[in-house]
Design a protein around this ligand. Structure first.
Ligand SMILES: NC(=O)c1ccc[n+]([C@@H]2O[C@H](COP(=O)([O-])OP(=O)(O)OC[C@H]3O[C@@H](n4cnc5c(N)ncnc54)[C@H](O)[C@@H]3O)[C@@H](O)[C@H]2O)c1
Length: 542
């Protein structure tokens, strides 16, 4: 979506799809305008894909749907939906915004959904592997970001038996590029989308519209505290909770017996800790390099703060890219582990800032990795990146207090001019690999693919009556269930080193069944194709 600047308020929404899908989108837009503006019913069709829609007070909206410029090979499948307000004098700003929103809040076309699904083959493939529709008769409360991944996740949950009317999405509110379209798409499916800023109200609305017992798909411990402490009388209506992030697990640990629900703990599962961390680290480093294309990191000093699951992998990736890596962790065993892995370490951050003078600092503690008086030891001329979703990972107020000036560098981040020199906080302290609104920061989908597939698998496990999970985070049951899922084998087939078919043929699902193993193997056989088509089908989130 783009707002053009031609003197008249205008908007452009780029779509991907067939001409027929484009016509459906346009029909939906005209319907929405009819609902929002009584005068709109008197619209004129100016030609194929072009309409003049009266908005009242003499104003009108010129709408056009046209193919984007054809490439040399023919039409690219891209469509451009544009709208311009003409003679807006009779309309207030709110009315103009309402009219343009009708074109911005457009559900995704079938082609776009297909392309999103190709990005997440593990997740999108689950319904084929789980044919018994375990989510039939189960409500779902799902915390998420309004990214295209969520569309695939919602459609997968529906294909696994969930009814859209029994699903509530809690929107975490980040300004992702497609958020309006994701919201419109979920709403068109019949899913309620509510702000995550008021979880208690969302829980109560969910309870009012959903009679079936529900499962929570939580992220970052958003739902758990509200359910346990603000609406505990609703607890019996829940079969369990799936949590995917370490921050959420900490919240759950804090709640203890206040949350007597079974927890499918994806965050601490072997899958997430063992496999995902490496890909996360790669995407973090790639995102940093993409934000700073001109920066020479070869041989330069780097500091990783927090040598946990992700930090350890970040340090390894930076070292593999020939940076001289120092590590700090506040826990002695982790500091020792870093030392034994050959990194420069110190039990004091200032000693590393002052002595090693890192050009790049990556903080991955999930708490505050860089802040307080340690900031006085920053050498300047350096870049700071956060891995964690915590707004406090980097002490931005502390940096601002010390800065003579703060400059907004757009998508690169914020530059703080400290007495020792400029310190640039990449992505303004948000997780540096989070998709944000430009093609350069798009993280490969494979990280989310495995986690989201494991989360949905977890929801299916908890939805089954007699699931056998004990109240609280049941690690043994989670690991056993994920092992049974065959997801790791499929992940290896899709994203692994690409060894010969013989090895794939020999690999067997822990579920044991030769049928399951054979299915996993069959999936692997088609992976070359999947990999190629993913490249072709990719739509930039961003
Ligand atoms: N950006 C992403 O794609 C992404 C993906 C997964 C996790 N994360 C986030 O990354 C963060 C780290 O996750 P993890 O799984 O590695 O957690 P973890 O618990 O395994 O590791 C955190 C490490 O930081 C250390 N630590 C804690 N406080 C510290 C401090 N003040 N100073 C120095 N070290 C400190 C801990 O001792 C631990 O070793 C979390 O916030 C998590 O939510 C981000």
């Amino acid at each position: 979506m783009k707002d053009t600047d031609c003197g008249h308020p205008a908007t452009i929404t780029e779509l991907r799809g067939t001409a027929e899908q484009g016509r459906l989108v346009l029909a939906g837009v005209l319907d929405r305008l009819d609902g929002a503006f009584p005068a709109a019913a008197r619209r004129h069709r100016l030609g194929p894909g072009a309409h003049l829609v009266p908005l009242g007070g003499g104003s009108s909206l010129l709408i056009a749907l046209a193919p984007a410029t054809a490439s040399r090979e023919g039409w690219s499948g891209q469509l451009v939906l544009s709208a311009t307000v003409l003679n807006r004098s009779g309309l207030g700003d709110a009315e103009v915004a309402k009219a343009l929103a009708c074109l911005q809040s457009v559900p995704f076309t079938g082609s776009e959904c297909e392309a999103f699904g190709e990005q997440l083959p593990l997740l999108a493939g689950l319904p084929r592997r789980v044919p018994d529709k375990p989510l039939r008769g189960c409500g779902l409360l799902l915390a998420g970001h309004l990214l295209s991944d969520l569309v695939v996740q919602a459609q997968t949950l529906i294909a696994l038996g969930a009814r859209p009317e029994t699903m509530t999405v809690l929107d975490r509110g980040r300004p992702h590029k497609f958020r309006r379209r994701v919201e419109a798409h979920l709403a068109a499916l019949g899913i309620a989308v509510l702000p995550a800023s008021d979880v208690e109200t969302a829980l109560r609305l969910h309870a009012a519209r959903v009679m079936e017992p529900s499962v929570v798909l939580d992220d970052g411990g958003l739902v758990a505290p509200a359910l346990a402490l603000l609406a505990p009388e609703l607890l019996p209506a829940y079969r369990g909770l799936v949590e995917q992030s370490m921050a959420g697990v900490e919240v759950l640990e804090g709640l203890g017996a206040d949350l007597p629900l079974p927890v499918f703990n994806v965050a601490r599962s072997r899958v997430k800790r063992g496999i995902e961390a490496h890909w996360i680290a790669e995407s973090v480093v790639r995102a940093i390099r993409e934000l700073l294309p001109g920066e020479g990191f070869d041989g330069a000093p780097a500091l990783v703060i927090g040598f946990g699951t992700v930090g350890e992998q970040v340090a390894a990736v930076l070292r593999a890219q020939r940076m001289r890596v120092a590590v700090f962790d506040s826990e002695w065993p982790r500091l020792l582990a870093a030392h034994e892995a050959g990194y420069l370490t110190s039990p004091e951050v200032p000693a590393l800032l002052d002595g090693h003078r890192p050009l790049l600092i990556v903080s991955s503690t999930g708490r505050t990795g860089l802040g307080g008086e340690d900031l006085d030891f920053l050498a300047g001329d350096c870049f700071v990146a956060s891995v964690s979703g915590r707004a406090t990972e980097i002490d931005l107020p502390g940096l601002a207090r010390r800065a003579t000036r703060v400059e907004d560098l757009g998508r690169v981040g914020m530059r703080y001019l400290l007495p020792a020199g400029p310190v640039t906080v990449l992505a303004a302290g948000l997780p540096v690999n989070l998709p944000r609104g430009d093609a350069a920061s798009a993280a490969p989908a494979r990280q989310s693919d495995l986690t989201m597939a494991a989360v949905v698998w977890g929801a299916c496990a908890l939805a089954r009556p007699g699931h056998g999970f004990a109240p609280g985070p049941d690690m043994a049951a989670t690991d056993a269930s994920i092992a049974e899922s065959g997801l790791v084998e499929r992940y290896y087939g899709l994203y692994g080193a690409g060894v010969g078919a013989g090895v794939r043929g020999r690999s067997r699902s822990r579920a044991g069944g030769s049928g399951e193993g054979a299915r996993a193997g069959a999936g692997a056989a088609g992976h070359g194709t999947a990999r190629r088509s993913r490249g072709r089908a990719r739509i930039s989130e961003v």
